[in-house]
Design a protein around this ligand. Structure first.
Ligand code: MN3
Length: 202
């Protein structure tokens, strides 16, 4: 069965007040995410990866250092990454559930220090990629960054939050100001209830 492009979990204009415009979501979901779905389906057709789960394909095709030539990995990982990304955002005005807040304070000292580290990871990712909040293999919370479509599944980590720092995610609304985009993502776009659910099931 071919993979499908999931609908956004909210209206196209639902994030506009939080700083992500309808135009960005139309391009990012309907064109970029759809391309990963279409290309991924084409590339796995007739291969050993057909009928496997996204997670199986991602961990099975990841080869450190060989990602640039790996079309199946790149497209399927980006398909999965965007499935998570839409769920991790919501209309402006979400507060952080208490248990998540205390785990973040334990891990980083304060919510503000976590936000600084996460923003620095997003800004410090040279070229296209993602920054993440993960549960690492030793159970601790950690901020990471990855290139292109690489994601924490490749390293056995559990994803709590991810921010897309490819230019297509911010150029319409923030032009070249990636630091402002990542800071705004944390302040106005993250659906912290979703992050807390991921932590509870980690
Ligand atoms: Mn993207």
């Amino acid at each position: 069965m071919a993979f499908e492009l999931p609908d956004l979990p909210y209206a196209y204009d639902a994030l506009a007040e939080g700083g992500m415009s309808q135009e960005t979501l139309e391009y990012h979901h309907d064109l970029h995410h759809k391309a990963y779905v279409d290309n991924g389906n084409k590339l796995i057709a007739g291969t050993e990866w057909e009928n496997r789960s996204l997670e199986e394909i991602i961990t099975g095709t990841y080869q450190a250092g060989a990602v640039a030539q790996n079309g199946i990995f790149n497209n399927i990982a980006q398909l999965w990454n965007h499935n998570q990304f839409w769920e991790m955002m919501g209309p402006k005005g979400r507060s952080m559930p208490g248990e998540l807040e205390s785990r973040i304070k334990d891990g980083f000292g304060s919510v503000e220090k976590f936000k600084q580290e996460f923003t620095a990871a997003g800004v410090g990712q040279f070229g296209s990629g993602w920054c993440w909040l993960v549960v690492d293999t030793d159970g601790t919370l950690k901020v990471t960054k990855t290139e292109n479509g690489v994601n924490p599944l490749c390293f056995g980590q559990k994803v709590l939050l991810g921010c897309d720092v490819w230019e297509h995610s911010y150029y319409i609304d923030f032009r070249n100001k990636r630091p402002v985009y990542v800071q705004n993502f944390l302040d106005n776009l993250v659906n912290w209830e979703n992050v807390a659910e991921r932590l509870a099931s980690a």
